[in-house]
Design a protein around this ligand. Structure first.
Ligand code: ADP
Ligand code: ZN
Length: 735
């Protein structure tokens, strides 16, 4: 473990240094250390051709240059040098994911304006004088400042808090009663107080919390799988681990799937520790990102709540990483650097002596297996907190429902929803498909409207009045005439999406308040959060949603969940199809009956005897995991074997296949370690954004050093022109 007192190696001005930049150059560049010298790990600005770019001093320069010809770094940036453990982490993450270091550094510097001097703003605090004449408004300003002690505010904050206009404050400044000062914009976050009271924990919770607190306090690496049904108090428990990190003077990071970053969650943190944490997510402003990045580096942001990229912030002294909903697929980044934040969290923690908590009601098979084998400790919370009990689960056999082809809610489900509405409770209808209809078909010729640039059907989004490609995001107007046969007025939607289900619900329950929740129906994450909060407060009778609603929201009055198509995830050949369906159904069902009233979940299915559907109903999770693990072990697939996906893409299909075939033929470096190559074959979505895509799959034993074998294999070829090759270690998606 490295404490805050580490002093990095120093390079005198003019000494040769090796600098890692964010530019796609797959090597270090040599410079002379700038005026005043620089520390190892320092962030520097260096010339690159005609440009100025940012880099990190990675070590001494390679040295085989005429030193007179080497250019000088311009300056050292005003940021804490990158710590040894962070450089270690980036290097090992790069090795694991087979990513160039430059791309890793880009991930670690995603805060715009890092090189700029901190900008200033005016802040206000209590001054010495007394006003010549006291008014109500002036009194409120002075009382507010009194109440908050030595805190300072921006003009806007103070005006809002005191309920006055800006001129009132300016008037007090003139009289010297309020002082106005310049202060850097990048202010430290307020100290968090771990000694505020926690909720009174149940015996189960207290045991788990004590175990985690001891682990965190030890200062040693360890990973714990915290398993407990939705509502069992996992959050309460890991907040105690956060408290332990704070007591030890260390920082804590809580990773959440983006959408779970709700006001409700932030309020819980604030209640427990007295102030808001730093929030790192895609909605944060540029200024806020830079502030967090800097303050994290100075240890002045003690708790960070964030989406997966928060893992790459420059923590000064990280003692705990919580990965909430650890099974969530959004932890895997599927573009750019292909990494899994859950696995990288474990790597990072093992380097800096931190504890990891993986929390979930339905853990990934990977984490379950790691707990089984003793690599992770496993803690269980077995019951819901308080009076809440797990929902009753039932299936509805759709073979008996005899619905017309444009209806999806069975009579049985409708009757159940009716009952909830009568009782003043909420019901949810779940369908995991965005848009209005997945297929737009010409009834004259059978043509299905596809994307011009991808091998994918376009999905009608009636709300936006357009057809949208879910692969590339391209959209076009709904055609009047068939683009293939030209016949007019015969284009028809086929199949249900969340918007169409909303339409059916409006017809079935004309008097009910219906809220349809789908990520693309709300312009911003904030609008969506507002809608979710309004639903939680009772603003709807029926909630209709995609998997967005399955993630961690608390609707206390919701007592029924109807799953429109429980079979949807079971189609296809994805090795995790069963696992995903199991998790999703359990999560969705977990939305029902979170408070005093018991809940029911009803699954509409055409295959009520499918083993996965039966396992969901039986609630026998251990049984499900054991059976699933046995099957994967038998097949030698993750987590019992290793896999890597290779995706070759380019505008010219022949070129793409040439490269892939050449690689497949020259597989000696892989065979040497016993790894096998499958393919190349056109990817299931064979064209995206105009690029043809070919996939290969590599399989190997768990013990094989697969990354180094793949590197030697790929070193045999030069990738030229427009062709791109991506390596996806531990692939989660196979499209
Ligand atoms: P999970 O994270 O497992 O879904 P939470 O920690 O969110 O569960 O707990 C569910 C609800 O129960 C929350 O509103 C939480 O505040 C409450 N709760 C859990 N444990 C306790 C406790 N020991 N005392 C009071 N409230 C609790
Ligand atoms: Zn497309």
């Amino acid at each position: 473990m490295s404490g805050p007192a580490f002093v990095p190696e120093f390079y005198e001005a003019g000494a040769l240094i090796g600098v890692l930049t964010t530019q796609p150059l797959n090597r270090m560049l040599d410079y002379k250390a700038p005026e005043g010298g620089c520390h190892l790990g320092a962030f520097v600005e260096v010339p690159l051709g005609p440009r100025k770019v940012i880099g990190v001093v990675w070590g001494p320069g390679a040295g085989n240059w005429d030193i007179k010809k080497v250019r000088s770094a311009y300056r050292v940036l005003d940021a804490a040098p990158m710590r040894l453990e962070m450089r270690d982490f980036l290097r090992r993450a790069a090795d694991y994911t087979l990513t160039p270091m430059n791309a890793m550094l880009r991930l670690a510097t995603r805060a715009p304006g890092l090189g700029d001097p901190p900008s200033m703003r005016k802040i206000y605090r209590r001054g010495a004088g007394e006003p010549s004449r006291m008014t109500d408004a002036r009194g409120r300003v002075l009382d507010t400042l009194q109440e908050y002690g030595d805190l300072s505010f921006t003009l806007k904050e103070l005006a809002e808090l005191a309920g006055v206009t800006a001129p009132v404050i300016k008037g007090l400044v003139e009289q010297g009663c309020v002082s106005e000062e310049d202060s850097p914009r990048d202010l430290p976050f307020q100290r968090m107080d771990p000694s505020l009271p926690s909720k009174e924990l149940t015996e189960d919770q207290a045991t788990a919390a004590a175990y985690l607190a001891t682990g965190v306090a030890s200062g040693n690496y360890g990973t714990t799988l915290l398993r407990g049904v939705t509502g069992s108090g996992k959050t309460e428990v890991y907040l105690e681990a956060v408290a332990a990190a704070l007591r030890a003077g260390r920082q804590a990071l809580v990773l959440l799937p983006e959408i779970a970053l709700t006001a409700e969650f932030l309020k819980r943190i604030q209640e427990r520790f007295g102030t808001r944490p730093a929030e790192w997510h895609s909605g944060a402003t540029m200024t806020e990102r830079r502030r967090i990045w800097r303050m994290v580096g100075h240890g002045q942001a003690q708790v960070v709540i964030g989406a997966r990229s928060a893992l790459f912030l420059p923590y000064q002294n990280l003692g705990l990483i919580v990965v909430d909903e650890e099974h969530d697929t959004s932890y895997k980044q599927e573009e750019g650097v292909l990494y899994n934040a859950r696995d990288m969290a474990v790597l990072r923690a093992s380097i800096c002596g931190a504890h990891v908590v993986l929390a979930s009601a339905t853990p990934s098979l990977e984490s379950w297996a790691n707990a089984e084998s003793g690599k992770y400790k496993r803690l269980e919370l077995t019951s819901r907190f308080g009076p809440a009990v797990m929902p009753t689960m039932k299936t509805i056999d759709m073979r008996d429902a005899k619905l017309p082809s444009d209806r999806w809610v069975s009579e049985v489900l409708k009757a159940e929803v009716d009952k909830r509405i009568e009782a003043g409770e909420q019901a949810m209808l779940f369908i995991n498909r965005r848009g209005y209809a997945p297929i737009t078909l010409c009834r004259a010729c059978g043509h299905q409207v596809g994307c011009d640039d991808c091998d994918a059907r376009m999905v009608e989004h009636r709300f936006q009045k357009r057809l949208v490609c879910h692969q590339c995001g391209e959209s076009k107007e709904m055609p009047e005439k068939c683009p293939s046969c030209g016949v007019e007025g015969r284009m028809a939607p086929v199949g249900p999406g969340v918007e169409r289900l909303g339409e059916e619900a409006t017809a079935l329950w004309p008097d009910a308040r219906i809220a349809t929740l789908s990520s693309d129906m709300y312009g911003s994450a904030r609008a969506l959060k507002a809608e979710i909060e309004s639903i939680a407060a009772g603003g709807a009778d029926i909630v209709i949603g995609t998997q967005l609603v399955a993630k961690g929201h608390n609707f206390p009055n919701l007592t029924l969940v109807g799953v429109i198509d429980a079979d949807l995830g079971l189609q296809g050949s994805d090795l995790r199809a069963a696992e995903r369906t199991f998790q999703l159904m359990r999560q969705v069902a977990g939305r029902a009956g979170r408070a005093e009233k018991p809940g029911t979940a009803m699954l509409q299915t055409y295959q009520p005897d499918h083993p996965v559907i039966r396992a969901i109903l039986a609630g026998d999770e251990e049984g499900f995991w054991r059976a699933e693990a046995a099957e994967r072990e038998q097949a030698g697939v993750p987590p019992f074997g290793r896999m890597a996906g290779i995706i070759v893409s380019g505008p010219d299909v022949a070129q793409v296949f040439d490269l892939a075939n050449h690689l497949a033929r020259n597989d000696a470096p892989l065979r040497r370690v016993g790894a096998q190559v499958f393919g190349p074959a056109p990817a299931p979505i064979a064209r995206v954004r105009g690029r043809h895509r070919v996939r290969m799959l590599i399989k190997a034993d768990k013990s094989v050093a697969l990354q180094s074998a793949i590197s030697s294999w790929l070193r045999q070829v030069q990738i030229k022109g427009d062709v791109r090759l991506a390596v996806d270690i531990d692939p989660q998606s196979f499209y």
